[in-house]
Design a protein around this ligand. Sequence first.
Ligand code: G3H
Ligand code: ZN
Length: 280
Amino acid sequence: SLADPVTLLTEAADARRGIGAFNVIQLEHAESCIAAAESLGVPVILQISQNAVTYHGALRPLASAALAMASAASVLTVVHLDHAERPELVREAVALGIGSVMFDASKLSYEDNVAATADIVAHCHAAGVAVEAELGEVGGKDGAHAPGARTDPRQAAAFVKETGVDSLAVAVGTSHAMTSHDAVVDLDLVAALRAAVPVPLVLHGSSGLDDAGLTAAVRAGMTKINVGTRLNVAMTHAVRRVLDTDHAVVDPRRYLSAARTAMTDEATLVLRRLHITSHH
Ligand code: G3H
Ligand code: ZN
């Protein structure tokens, strides 16, 4: 069923659990993530990026499908607009019934980021929609930004206060679109951010972490864990395997079902690392 994103993330942050947020490009991505979450009985976030909207040429078809799947899911599910840089796209998402958006003005100066984000927050909160923003650019977006960026805890606290955002994406060592798993999260910085910032923290580029890295990031205080590339690697490898072994195949369901199974397995592995039972 559709979940309230603010409640979902704040409760998870309080309990030091991670919530998996997976990028959806095809219906199979969403089907896989829901299947994985249902098999474990944990909540999940389906996110549609501005890049995916550009790829499909529109938000509505994929958003409507994701919302329908989220409503039908047996676990709490949120549909989220990811990395929106265009305010018009945020407004369209709100009008379509998407309950959570990331407005990404991280390429702007601090002052311009605050002003643009505060405007979006006013519009979204009036409609009951939660807003995630980013401060201290996470590396690797468009391949153009240095992976060395870090978010300053005091500036992060001020940014949340000035904008009213419901969650904050921070730069703590990950980088977008990594196919290896050797990124290192600055756990001391995560702990400092967790202590300074009153809203749940979002980790982007989580495909770059190995299993231990995912768990460590959550334990240190990261809550929404964004994963995209890792599912796409699994999908692509599965499709290639089928096409390489069976040259007569023409029905896309033959290779897409293999891709869906591979993505379900991968999402399950990720979700298992985020829902840690704490022992006191
Ligand atoms: O916003 C989406 C995530 O940051 C995905 O990053 O593709 O590197 O896992 P990733
Ligand atoms: Zn991201």
